[in-house]
Design a binder for this molecule. Sequence first.
Ligand SMILES: [Fe+2]
Length: 246
Amino acid sequence: MRYLILSDIHANKEALGAILSFVRRKRWHKAVFLGDIVGYGANPNQAVDLVRSLRPQTGIRGNHDKVCSGIEDGELFNRVALAAAMWTRKKLTKANLTWLRDLPEGPAVVDGHFAISHGTPIDEDAYIFGEIEALNVFRQTDFPVCFFGHSHFPVIFGLSPDAITTILTIGHSFRYKLRPGVRYLINPGSIGQPRDGNPLASFAIYDSDARAVTIYRIPYRVYEAQQKILKAGLPKPLADRLAIGR
Ligand SMILES: [Fe+2]
């Protein structure tokens, strides 16, 4: 089975649209998403509609989905994130707001093959940045493979019986074959707001039969997404960061 792994779309219709055009030429069976469909970008309804049109197998909420749909008030958000969340809450249609509000909290297990979480499988709002956080998660869970988002940084952590390894992704299509006896935490990167210094939209395809993950980087019309953010009156840093991937 080949799964599309989509994370941190953040209402960026241009980025998600470019990925969906790209995967039309690829073989895939089911889509899953790791949260943060909305927040930051200027097209929250279109992002939700596109995700729903994929009829995802499984999907979970992210911290921005919670604040934008009114589950939480965003007291931990910075000024820019909160302004975008309040703008998004007003823009969402009633149907999309309800759909976002009803998204389950992670983790979820997909077809018995792998787990998904937004932040970590222990705490949906916590970040995995490096090996220390990854090791903590490995110790407190027993998932052989778990995909996570939230940090907007594509990376693979592997835990073998004697070592933890960080695998950084390179190039436009980075294929990595999972090794037997090693557990993995895998971030497919962010579609709508990459933060690894590379502005290209990031997502993954996981082949559960071959036990191989490929992380793709896809160019999209960044300028158009930026102009929409500015025209909507959203904070300017949200537009600026898209061009530099920060
Ligand atoms: Fe996010």
